[in-house]
Ligand binder design. Structure first.
Ligand SMILES: CCCCCCCCCCCCCCCC(=O)SCCNC(=O)CCNC(=O)[C@H](O)C(C)(C)COP(=O)(O)O
Ligand SMILES: Nc1ncnc2c1ncn2[C@@H]1O[C@H](COP(=O)(O)O)[C@@H](OP(=O)(O)O)[C@H]1O
Length: 345
């Protein structure tokens, strides 16, 4: 996942270079490709992963700063209870400060479907997933990782043996469903209804108020985009031999080795020469890159126009927890790795 200049030579390139040297009557082999003997810790993301992960808090910080400094945003009326600017088109500071903006309605509100579609297109169509004795096993393991990440999305935002984690957190922190307009049958004292989910509260005409509302948008956009980065990045980079660094894994005997020891050799593309980034990604990878880019844009919009900074931070932390379990834990728990695998291995 780093620059093409560090690309390893394929066996055929090495043998060609070797032949040229023999023709020139020299007995020296070409210098070996630079080896990186440094082992990354299996317990933490690799340096490239860490650099990419740092972009998320950076976007959130930049958004917070922008909202503090932008005169239009500062001047626009803000509803602290709803954690959003006025939604009237004439008052909202930007099209993206409105909940009914098309990117929100068609993309984020259907976000998991987009992420699933991009992932599916990549796994079904990319040459790295075709051929080799383990083709089916690699696809099944990718599917298992999708189930784990999707399970986390379901538990946090949709359903967790009852209300989802976001709604449970909201109520644990003192939040309630309040009805301002009218008292309806079933309400407790002071217009506060015993409703346990944000969706049910909204459906009954109430407002979900008073608690800590983990940002569902930040959660979904971080979880989904980094899932695609992991699934497409490692697979495409390993296949095209763009790898400048390697994940390390703990083996059954406790030894720490590069994850490549568990990889199947055939899946790497051998002869086509240096591929461009677009060729390396293929159709599914390009769709995933577009979805990831949109996620980053909408994350920035959420950072600027919605929620408190602490609600955005908890959205980020809850997403990172799911990503750690799916992508880092298997590196140091071999039994888990044998079920979920590692992308590209
Ligand atoms: C550990 C293993 C557990 C096993 C669990 C198995 C999981 C199986 C899940 C089955 C359903 C999967 C469906 C996948 C296909 C789809 O993607 S369909 C859904 C499309 N819908 C969305 O993408 C909705 C996305 N929106 C949201 O999540 C929320 O709207 C939000 C963005 C979080 C914001 O919430 P608000 O309430 O609007 O603030
Ligand atoms: N980038 C964005 N664009 C539009 N609306 C956004 C948004 N980020 C958050 N919101 C809105 O802010 C509210 C809280 O978002 P969340 O908790 O998911 O982060 C949601 O409102 P609604 O639930 O009224 O649609 C959501 O639609």
């Amino acid at each position: 996942m780093s620059s093409p200049t560090r690309r390893y030579k394929s066996p055929s390139e090495l043998s060609r270079a070797n032949n040229n040297n023999n023709n020139n009557n020299t007995t020296h082999l070409p210098p070996p490709p630079p080896q990186n003997n440094h082992r990354n810790t299996p317990y933490l993301p690799t340096p490239t992963e860490l650099a990419l992960l740092t972009l998320y808090p950076t976007l959130l910080l930049f958004g917070a700063l922008f909202s503090l400094l932008s005169p239009e945003t500062r001047a626009a009326p803000y509803d602290t209870l709803r954690q959003a600017h006025a939604q009237d088109p004439s008052l909202a500071p930007s099209y993206f400060a409105r909940k009914d903006n098309l990117f929100n309605v068609l993309f984020v509100k259907r976000g998991w479907a987009w992420i699933t579609a991009a992932f599916g297109a990549f796994v079904l169509a990319h040459p790295a997933y075709r051929g080799g004795g383990n083709q089916t096993r690699r696809r099944v393991r990718a599917g298992v990782r999708w189930v784990v990440v999707t399970g986390w999305w379901v538990f946090v935002t949709q359903w967790c043996f009852g209300p989802p984690i976001i709604d449970r957190g909201f109520r644990w922190s003192g939040g309630k469903c309040e009805v301002v307009e009218e008292m309806v049958f079933g309400f407790g004292e002071g217009g506060v209804k015993e409703v346990v989910t944000a969706a049910a509260c909204k459906a009954s005409g109430g407002s979900w108020r008073g608690g800590h509302d983990i940002s569902g948008h930040v959660f979904l956009l971080v979880l989904g985009s980094f899932f695609l980065v992991q699934e497409v990045g490692w697979v495409a980079a390993r296949w095209a031999r763009y790898l400048g660094e390697e994940r390390c894994v703990v083996m059954h005997d406790g030894a720490v080795k590069g994850a490549g020891v568990e990889a199947e050799r055939r899946e790497q593309q051998e002869e086509a020469g240096v591929l461009t980034v677009l060729e390396t990604l293929g159709f599914g990878g390009r769709l995933a890159a577009a979805v990831t880019g949109l996620c980053a844009w909408m994350l920035l919009m959420t950072a600027i126009y919605f929620h408190t900074w602490f609600e955005k931070l908890t959205g980020l932390v809850v997403a990172l927890a799911g990503l750690y379990v799916t992508y880092i834990l298997p590196r140091w728990i071999p039994a888990l790795r044998s079920i979920v695998g590692l992308p590209g291995i």
